[in-house]
Design a protein around this ligand. Sequence first.
Ligand SMILES: [Zn+2]
Ligand SMILES: [Zn+2]
Length: 325
Amino acid sequence: MHRRQFLSVLAASGLLSRPFLPSGAGHGPSSADELYALVLGSVQDAGFPQVGCYTELCDLGRELQAAGRGRFVSSLAFVEPAAERFYLVDATPDITRQLDLITDPAFRRRAAERRPFDGIFLTHAHIGHYAGLAVLGNEGMGIRNTPVYCTEAMAGFLATNQPWQFLVDQGRIELRPLATDRWHRIDPLLEVQLWKVPHRDEFADTVGFVFRGPDASLLFIPDINAWARWDRNVVEAVSSVDVALLDGSFWSMAELPGRSVEEVPHPLMTQTMDALQRVVEEGHTRVVLTHLNNSNPALVEGGPQQTEVARRGFGIAREGMRFGL
Ligand SMILES: [Zn+2]
Ligand SMILES: [Zn+2]
């Protein structure tokens, strides 16, 4: 789509005049008052636009940023307004602007006190998922005593490699490795389970998180090689939760010229929708695709791929979406 056409689609949809999309799937007003997930980002590790990338798509990313509708690297916050508790899921290179999406006054007070989060959950050791920790140290916010929840291998990586080790040594982050495949209570409202997923594990391992609140559950898997290579059945896994935010890196093989589908290190959106079409039609689980690569045409708001995703009953993550838990 041409940029001007794209912007007119945005204008027609009212998106340009609104800072964020309205709330996503709520499970009743009471649950969202107690605990909700807030989408802080929805694109692949290196962002949108990507550095030095001047494709038509990345230029659209620049237009979005200029319009105050920029997309950030995939990440979530959990907000407990009454309890004034806050959590971050993955610390991305876009963290500075992403935290501005948490507008609760209690968050800003806590940030001024250098203890904004009750915990930070990390899926794995690729730059889009933990490099944001860097600006929480000495040169940036200078956080204190913040629990970091991750796997044993990820904790080991952070504890033995600089500059992350320095964050540990200074008491800025406190590593809390969690065992996989069982529930861990984080606070009176929030529980979490870690599910290992196959991915390029150069430095540590990779997990998805299942979060559970009083009313609903949410699965977050921003990176996975392929659903077929997972030791879980994807249909059963996704059916077991209320909301699933899943790896939507690529739309189709057209983005990967010269590569076979077997070598693509992520499921294609079209494959994921095929695998989960029945789950979505059953109506219990809301499936939302995230972690879009800068080549993914589903980034074009109002474009044919987004129309197709919506027609099939799926969603695409967008900054500002909320899911009550
Ligand atoms: Zn990633
Ligand atoms: Zn990754």
